[in-house]
Design a protein around this ligand. Structure first.
Ligand SMILES: NC(=O)c1ccc[n+]([C@@H]2O[C@H](COP(=O)([O-])OP(=O)(O)OC[C@H]3O[C@@H](n4cnc5c(N)ncnc54)[C@H](O)[C@@H]3O)[C@@H](O)[C@H]2O)c1
Ligand SMILES: O=C(O)[C@H](O)COP(=O)(O)O
Length: 526
């Protein structure tokens, strides 16, 4: 089936070129209204965006084919991640492609504030030559306070150290070792506010960072501080910033990002010593080429090969590892389906065990596939992306166990579920690392390929039963493809997994249940 991607924001043409080279059909339509987007999004497997497209729950509801949202950039606050996860849509970003560019924009704005460059430029071009009006400050020897010292913050720090500034940072997740490594001093927010001559912000917008420069925080800053925000609108209380600029508590502020974007009528506009840019942090040729190439490669890898890189809502899985994992995922999903079809929703906990060669692999996708198979038997919308999330939502206790040693098989995946009636375990292996096969079912050694239509039958182990079963199926017009048998040593119980051509109607299930000695019959679909 053709794989289709929509690029819904302005993006470097290299993104579309890469999609085409990799055999993905691509449409480029930036500037669509939410309604226009909603009307067309149902045709696409992938949506490539920057910060303008808002991927809301409403849009996701219309995106029935969507498998991946790729953000050519860093911030994913324009994507409803919980809604995407619930729908099984992977959300990926490109976390490094525009970091240098954004750090450089922060430094540029810091210099622009220090020397009042925009106002000096406007005045000069207006023919005023106001040489005495624009007295600046040096940055050398001054203290820069970073709020957030992740990728961009640490690049800003390295540039500021090169400018002979002293750098302090407030970042609760910054380790003391990392602070020493990048040559900065880790401090609490209060201390940063007290000491910084310049403050730059580099955190995501979260419940913890929203309004981090509040009215109260601005009042605690060193008088005459200059503030740069190239991270996200909402980190600074804009009304309080306006008052602080008017009172002189803040000597200058430069915002690339605003609480409401596009910002068309901010109260800050026109304030002396206030500089604004229209969310230009990532806007250089270099950064846009980087993020366009990266997002197209990542999305193509996922859509074509199953590789997952830089996903926000799913563990990573390299495009090289994905093909090695694929047969395991088929096995894991089928084991999940097998248990799910037999025990139904009565599952309290699931343990996924990997042994031997399987233990050398990334276990998360295997567990995801088991859960997708298991819950897919009673939920239409479950897939590997949302299965762990849905399992958590249902209160399902999920455990992963890894045995490096080899047991009877060189590689094994086992699924053990606890139900109200007790524990049930199934296990499978890969022969020649290719064909996935069941090898153990509920304590009985049964070898079978789990595929197509099958019937699971438990019966009292008596002579002549298989003949009666064959006759009953034959009379119902059902052809047996393969017959896989096993028996429990104790209790005289036999287990059969019969592969048949075509579906097994309920009337046939009823007939089989009526055969002498039959204890359980479940039709299965793989
Ligand atoms: N203006 C632009 O065009 C532009 C471009 C790129 C990135 N950004 C934005 O810049 C921000 C930073 O990007 P990054 O790549 O450095 O991200 P990052 O994840 O590498 O770094 C963010 C840092 O913030 C820290 N942090 C989290 N919560 C915090 C809190 N409560 N207080 C203090 N620090 C906290 C984290 O520990 C982390 O070190 C993001 O919001 C991103 O969207 C903007
Ligand atoms: O988070 C980001 O990467 C920046 O905000 C860039 O946004 P943009 O792609 O809309 O320029």
């Amino acid at each position: 089936m053709t794989v289709r991607v929509l690029i819904s924001d302005k993006m470097d043409p290299r993104a579309a070129a890469i999609f085409r080279e990799r055999g993905v059909e691509v449409d480029e339509m930036d500037g669509q209204t939410p309604e226009q987007l909603k009307a067309i999004v149902g045709k696409y497997d992938g949506l490539a965006i920057r910060s303008s497209t808002k991927v809301t729950k409403d849009l996701l509801d219309a995106a029935t084919r969507l498998k991946v949202v790729g953000r050519a950039g860093i911030g994913v606050d324009n994507v409803d991640i919980p809604a995407a996860t619930a729908r099984g849509v992977v959300v990926m970003n490109t976390p490094f492609g525009n970091s240098i560019t954004t750090a450089e924009h922060a430094i540029a704005l810091m210099f622009a504030l220090a020397r009042q460059l925009p106002e000096a430029d406007a005045s000069t071009q207006a023919g005023k030559w106001e040489k005495n009006r624009f007295m600046g400050v040096e940055v050398t020897g001054k203290t820069l306070g970073l709020i957030g010292a992740g990728n961009i913050g640490s690049i800003v720090a390295s540039r500021a150290l090169g400018l002979k500034m002293k750098v302090v940072a407030y970042d609760p997740f910054l380790t003391p070792e990392r602070a020493i490594e990048i040559g900065i001093e880790k401090v609490e927010l209060e201390e940063l506010l007290k000491r910084a001559d310049f403050i730059t912000l580099h955190t995501p917008l979260t419940d913890q960072t929203r309004g981090i420069l509040s009215r109260g925080a601005l009042a605690k800053t060193k008088p005459g501080v200059r503030i740069v925000n190239c991270a996200r609108g909402g980190l600074i209380d804009e009304a309080a910033l306006k008052d602080a600029l008017d009172s002189g508590q803040v000597a200058g502020a430069a915002l690339d990002v605003f609480e409401t974007e596009p910002a068309k009528d901010s109260p800050l506009f026109g304030t002396p010593n206030f500089i604004s840019t229209p969310h230009l942090g990532a806007s250089t040729n270099e950064a846009q080429v980087n993020v366009a190439i990266q997002v197209a490669e990542q999305m193509s890898d996922y859509l074509l090969l199953g590789g997952v890189t830089n996903a926000i809502n799913m563990p990573s899985l390299s495009a090289e590892e994905a093909p090695r994992l694929r047969p395991y995922m088929t096995l894991a999903e089928n084991l999940g389906k097998l248990v799910g079809q037999i025990v139904g929703e009565d599952v309290r906990s699931v343990a996924v065990e990997v042994e031997g060669a399987a233990a050398q692999l990334n276990q998360k996708p295997i567990t995801g596939a088991v859960l997708a198979g298991l819950m897919g038997t009673y939920s239409q919308t479950v897939n590997m992306v949302n299965a762990p999330f849905l399992a958590k939502e249902r209160g399902l206790d999920v455990r992963e166990v890894r045995h490096d040693r080899e047991g009877d098989y060189h590689t094994l995946v086992a699924v053990e579920v606890v139900t109200s009636k007790g524990t049930r375990r199934v296990a499978g292996t890969l022969f020649g690392n290719r064909a996935p096969r069941l090898v153990e079912m509920f304590g009985v050694e049964v070898e079978a390929e789990l595929a197509g239509s099958m019937i699971y039958i438990v019966n009292t182990d008596t002579p002549g039963f298989i003949g009666k079963l064959g006759t009953a199926l034959g009379q119902a017009g059902i052809n047996i493809a393969t017959f896989n048998l096993g028996r429990r040593a104790a209790g005289g119980e036999a287990v059969a997994l019969v592969a048949v051509d075509g579906d097994v109607p309920q009337t046939v299930v009823k007939t089989l249940c009526g055969l002498e000695g039959v204890r359980e019959v479940v039709p299965l679909r793989f």
